[in-house]
Design a binder for this molecule. Structure first.
Ligand SMILES: Cc1ncc(COP(=O)(O)O)c(C=O)c1O
Length: 388
């Protein structure tokens, strides 16, 4: 047996399991049949990137020998305008994944535990453990909650907060549940957090949240210096391949984070494409409109088959198939038909699958395949009991 180099790793990393990326997409693409692989596992955009973003990226190809702008000037300028904040409030990341890991590296540790909710985004526990910080997990709302099944229980999170907590990490809306929080709930959490506890509001799907009383936490930044908001270009903007995320926070937070930022962490095509994407209002409007419409249409179809569909304000749906066996059989059956969705074992929800909302024809292919899988496996839906 080879040497256990894990024993030489820092304490947090010793017991750490790396991020589980789900199915091997490249292998599946290579073996897919004529119809091609339908990729509904990664919450990527079925509408692709903006044409303006692609044109901006293409012009960067003339200068690939040069390092990217370490200050990210062009993108920060565009973000400052879009978010209405001075650029000292902005820190760019190689995706928000990088930013979340760095936030924990900087602000969590053995004496500064991290507070999260059950069914939070999988990177938060990883980030806490890599920082050698204790993770306190607050129980989520129950599955039969009338509006936010398995959503974050803000009152329980507030009750669990202590002045020692270095970080609270939560997503709004949340992945994998799709559930959301109101501005009022977020404000209550911020009021309860002590001045030394930083609250990270991950808005990877924030643009999709379109309900009254649910504003972006960006609107709260001037009031709460301990609020950190992250946004990504991977979802709405369809630029996941380029890895661009942004942290919006107090300039003091940004200045400390700059100490650990790798100097050229965002590449030139990413910087240029992201800046252009922000300006493509028509593309943004199309993606938002079609995602919301297709999501609701898909949810109706899934519920009609008797499955429990969690309400969602994102570009995906979390579907509960009743038992781990049923979910696994459906996952296998879909894979056999070249359709990828996301198993949820790693999130402690083995009876669920997470399904990215696609274009109309993609959702139709998914539903047809689901019906075939059900018939083939002799599975029957658990019956009516679907959520609103
Ligand atoms: C809640 C949440 N935050 C952050 C991310 C990471 O996004 P990025 O591609 O910017 O690293 C994801 C990706 O799925 C996510 O679901």
């Amino acid at each position: 047996m080879g040497r256990d180099f894990g024993a030489l790793a820092s304490p947090g990393i010793r017991g750490l399991a790396s991020y589980d990326p789900g199915h091997d997409i490249v292998a599946l693409r290579n073996k897919a049949g004529e119809q091609g692989l339908l990729e509904l596992g990664g919450n990527e955009s079925a509408w692709g990137a903006s044409l303006l973003a692609m044109a901006a990226l293409r012009s960067e190809l003339q200068t690939l020998e040069l390092y990217p702008d370490p200050r990210g000037g062009v993108l920060k300028h565009a973000l400052a305008e879009a978010f209405g904040v001075p650029r000292e409030h902005l820190l760019l990341g190689n995706g928000t994944h990088e930013l979340l890991m760095q936030i924990a590296q900087v602000f969590a540790g053995p004496e500064r535990p991290v507070l999260v909710s059950r069914y939070c985004f999988a990177v938060y526990p990883l980030a806490a453990q890599a920082a050698n910080a204790r993770l306190d997990v607050v129980e989520a709302l129950p599955k039969d909650h009338p509006s936010q099944p398995r959503g974050h229980d803000i009152d329980a999170m507030i009750a669990a907060l202590t002045p020692a907590h270095g970080l609270v990490m939560l997503a709004n809306p949340n992945n994998p549940t799709g559930t959301w929080l109101t501005t009022d709930q977020i404000e209550r959490l911020l009021q309860a957090a002590g001045p030394d506890t930083l609250v990270v509001l991950d808005e990877a799907y924030g643009e999709f949240l379109a309900l009254p009383g649910c504003e972006s936490a960006l609107s709260l930044l001037s009031k709460y210096p301990n609020l950190l908001v992250t946004r990504t270009f991977s979802k709405l903007h369809g630029l996941a391949a380029l890895r661009v995320g942004v942290l919006v926070a107090d300039p003091g937070v940004v200045a400390v984070m700059e100490r650990v930022r790798e100097s050229f962490n965002v590449n030139s095509p990413g910087l240029a494409a992201a800046a252009a994407a922000l300006k493509d209002e028509a593309h943004i409007a199309t993606v938002l409109h079609e995602t919301a419409g297709n999501r609701e249409a898909l949810a109706i179809e899934l519920k009609a088959r008797g499955w429990f569909v969690h309400p969602s304000q994102t570009n995906f749906l979390l579907v509960d198939f009743g038992t781990p066996e049923a979910a696994a059989a459906i996952d296998r059956g879909l894979l056999a038909r070249d359709i990828v969705v996301r198993p949820m074992r790693g999130y402690g929800l083995p009876q669920c699958l997470r399904i990215t909302v696609g274009k109309v024809e993609q959702n139709a292919r998914l539903l047809k395949a689901l019906d075939a899988v059900m018939a083939e496996a002799g599975l029957s839906a658990p019956g009516a009991g679907a959520s609103a």
